[in-house]
Design a binder for this molecule. Structure first.
Ligand SMILES: Cc1ncc(C[n+]2csc(CCOP(=O)(O)OP(=O)(O)O)c2C)c(N)n1
Length: 537
């Protein structure tokens, strides 16, 4: 027999979860005391940051990560990162302390209803009924978190549980690959073989299932045009590939128009479809045969049209590649955009074109720059797997902690975080963690001193500009970063930008560069008024 605490550390070690991201409080201290020396505790000064770094670390390592939050206090503060993990299918095993169960009924200070609070955004929310169930609950949470579609689980643990006696829990082998139905894939093979003009839509689950190479090989065998899913939280196809056609627009009618020329469309590893503005229209043009391959039964059930095939995306792509007939294609060369010039104020397009030229080819981008997304999409090319991550469900605060967690997961790659001056404020404390844990992330703040994306949405939907809370003047990002101990620089002249970026890449330290850019928001997620957006007035 051992204590619950000892049995838990043994289990965590055997499950490979020896890096713990957290923010502590009184209800976690009985667990955290005398942490074994082979464990590494990563402190986030705010729970959005702690859970957000864990999310980045889970995405980078492709393994489950253990998070220890503080009762309802932390579960509430960390909820936006938990929902990011839900939408990104990131396996987080999140625990939080509960008050001592011996006086819980009397609602003591810090009594927690955290399980009810997080429930919609986790695969399992549980409070241990008996102290000796703690290790077995964590083991169950781990297996569930790792089962595709992966995702977060949440376990609330009363603080008196850790000192009880319990049996050790044996780690079991639980397989994680669920194969799609070959007869359903044969129907898609037949559809491809009889198609005039097929297209693929690639989505984030390709990376989850490790299917990058298989999907590229399938696209090349079909010689099919390839589109990225709308508002992609990951890029899952080489951007400079001859078959790559860019991203789909996140609204019904314009998206259907983008796909109108194709008679067979296979959506691989994405939802059908993620929309933003409501622009009524068909999902795809009548007559287009639509298929979805997804590792998520939920996404299959909620698809708006088409035939859904549930199972491992990499396996499906390899099956399709080896069964479809190869197709030819007459050569076309991609049109080259003229390089953006130096202007004052600096344009996001210029910033990204210079960054793209200077970044190592394996650098990783964790992006959160709402109104500059379009420019980033145009000018940043990444051709390697695991190179791009972005906000999965529009809740800001994702980018910076994700970048720090990704950098910890990839010490050999450089992580760059282009982030809006507004977005930065939702999780700014991650700067401190980057410094303390020597994660050499390069943070590029796009300072336009307003919420440009929201102003753009005002124009797009004809709400008008008479809306409060759109300006954010007077933030000194350099001083804030320096206050957290980070080297930081400010630039507002285009001709000075390149030298600063070169210097950041040459150094092996975390760095913040605050770039004053022009106001954005001329388009709404790549869309202008020609798509007939809704009017809210
Ligand atoms: C947590 C959260 N709060 C508020 C919003 C609404 N929102 C969407 S875009 C945006 C502006 C962000 O500003 P910034 O990062 O400076 O980017 P910009 O729009 O200027 O490009 C806001 C506040 C949100 N999506 N998430």
């Amino acid at each position: 027999m051992s204590t619950v605490r000892e049995a838990t550390y043994r289990l965590l070690r055997e499950l490979g979860m020896t890096v713990i991201f957290g923010n502590p409080g009184s209800t976690e201290l009985p667990f955290l005391r005398d942490m074994p020396v082979d464990f590494h505790y990563v402190l986030g000064l705010h729970e959005r940051t702690a859970a957000g770094m864990a999310l980045g670390y889970a995405l980078g390592t492709r393994k489950a990560v253990f998070v220890n939050l503080h009762s309802i206090a932390s579960a509430g503060n960390g909820l936006s990162a938990i929902q990011d993990a839900w939408y990104l299918h990131a396996p987080l095993v999140i625990t939080a302390g509960q008050q001592d169960r011996r006086h819980l009924l009397a609602e003591p200070f810090l009594a927690s209803r955290a399980t009810e609070t997080v429930k919609p955004y986790v695969k399992w929310a549980y409070e241990t009924l008996r102290a000796e169930d703690v290790p077995a609950s964590i083991a169950r949470g781990y297996y569930l978190a790792m089962q595709p579609p992966k995702g977060p689980v949440f376990i609330s643990i009363p603080m008196d549980d850790w000192i009880h006696e319990c049996e050790r829990v044996e780690v079991r082998a639980v397989t994680q690959t669920v194969l799609p139905d070959p007869s359903a894939l044969d129907d898609l093979v037949w559809a491809f073989d009889s198609s005039r003009n097929p297209a693929l839509v690639v989505g984030s689950q390709i990376e989850e299932d490790g299917g990058w190479d298989e999907v590229v090989a399938l696209a090349e065998r079909l010689n099919a045009d390839v589109y990225e899913e709308p508002i992609p939280p990951r890029w899952t196809f080489p951007r400079s590939h001859r078959l790559f056609r860019g991203g789909l627009l996140p609204a019904q009618r314009p998206l259907a128009e983008q796909l109108a020329a194709y008679d067979v469309v296979a959506v691989i590893g994405a939802r059908i479809f993620l929309y933003y503005a409501h622009v009524p229209g068909a999902t795809v043009k009548a007559g287009t045969k639509l298929f979805q391959i997804t590792n998520s039964p939920l996404d299959a059930a909620s698809a708006l049209a088409g035939r859904s095939i549930v199972g491992n995306v990499a396996w499906a792509a390899e099956y399709l590649r080896s069964h479809v007939q190869g197709r030819g294609r007459s050569g076309e060369s991609a049109t080259q955009l003229p390089a953006p010039g130096q202007e004052h104020p600096i344009t996001p397009a210029y910033l990204f074109s210079v960054l793209n030229r200077l970044m190592p080819s394996d650098a990783v981008i964790a992006e959160e720059c709402p109104s500059s997304k379009g420019d980033l999409d145009c000018w940043i090319t990444r051709d390697e797997p695991g190179s791009f991550y972005s906000v999965p469900n529009g809740v800001l605060g994702f980018g910076l902690p994700a970048a720090v967690g990704l950098q910890m997961a990839h010490p050999e790659r450089r992580v760059v975080c282009p982030v809006g001056d507004g977005s930065m404020q939702y999780s700014v404390q991650a700067l401190w963690s980057a410094v303390q844990y020597k994660a050499p992330v390069i943070v590029i703040v796009l300072q336009n001193s307003d919420y440009s994306a929201l102003k753009g949405f005002c124009d797009f939907t004809q709400v008008g500009r008479n809306v409060p809370g759109m300006e954010i003047p007077g933030i000194d990002m350099v001083k804030i970063a320096q206050g957290y101990g980070m080297t930081a620089q400010h630039v507002d002249r285009a001709e000075e930008l390149e030298a600063l970026l070169r210097d950041a890449f040459a150094s092996n330290e975390p760095r913040l560069i605050n770039v004053v850019v022009g106001k954005g928001g001329q388009k709404c997620m790549g869309m202008d008024q020609s798509v007939n957006p809704p009017k809210y007035q």
